[in-house]
Design a protein around this ligand. Sequence first.
Ligand code: HEC
Ligand code: HEC
Length: 292
Amino acid sequence: MAEATRDPVTGRETTGHEWNGIEELDTPIPRVVLFFLAATTLFAIGYWLLMPAWPLGWTYTKGLLGNDQREIVTRQVQDAAAERASWTSRIAKASFAEIAADPALMRHVRDTGRTLFADNCAVCHGTEGKGGPGFPNLAAGSWLWGGTPEAIAETIRVGINSTAKDTRTAQMMAFGRDGVLQREQVLAVVSYVRSLSGQKLTETEQARVPAGKEVFAANCAACHGPEGKGMHDLGAPDLTDAHWIYGGDEQSVLNSVHGGRQGHMPSWEGRLSPTDIKLLALYVGTLSGDRK
Ligand code: HEC
Ligand code: HEC
């Protein structure tokens, strides 16, 4: 055992250990460290007494406060369900106009609608409902079947060309493939259709427009309307605006007229509750309103 000596510089005792002439001072642990050690130990003992702490085989020490995370979560879930039930039942009962006039309910429509839309509709219509090739833009305010909440709810309920008994049916025939129109007539009507939305036409296209106008009046106006503005009863799109399901360039319009188009929108009755369909119809309605 080495002998403790006093260090001449600091005046402290040394531990007596010595390595190559270097000796170790016997400095005590600082008071503040001891204080925190005592404080945290006391806190731990207090916490063990008050809160659930020690496992005891099948059970555990419950703590004097009776705090139980499981109970707290159950209570929170019940509260949330009760809160949701209070406004979902109001949405179920109220008319579309009443809900639209109630800012508090419309806040729920926006919040819940966004989730429902993301879960069920966004795969086809995009997260913001802006659609894509083959899938209509629901935020454009240009509707196939009408943009009232009633019409939108009906579209969601029965679908379009779906397997539901009362599905909406959209049939754009294959005028070219089925030989209803000759190739020249198809090309002419394509140019005319493109002129309706004010697109820039080549000279060749321009020259076809008058003939195309006649083909349109005889073959297309019955569904798309005499001015090409579409018809909600038939799901026939407005051909005069800038919104296209399949594209407004020459090749896309040619494909539409040559091969026909039958879009498929699934029916949601039975998969979504009537309240959810109602909520989604209102939510889809806000998509075009929110457009900046
Ligand atoms: C599998 C793809 C798909 C899914 C999923 C889908 N849709 Fe559609 N939806 C379509 C297609 C395609 C059309 C256009 C049909 C046509 O061209 O005739 C359409 C049309 C619509 C229309 C009619 C638009 C108009 O202009 O009248 C509404 C409204 C609509 N969808 C809402 C929804 C909602 C709400 C959901 C979610 C519950 C949904 N869709 C899910 C494919 C889908
Ligand atoms: C029986 C009714 C009907 C007739 C007749 C009809 N269409 Fe259509 N057309 C539709 C419907 C319905 C759609 C939408 C199809 C879909 O998306 O499901 C459509 C879609 C289109 C589109 C695609 C629009 C887009 O947004 O991409 C074009 C272009 C078009 N029609 C042009 C014509 C032309 C040109 C004629 C005449 C030669 C014609 N249609 C005759 C019902 C009709």
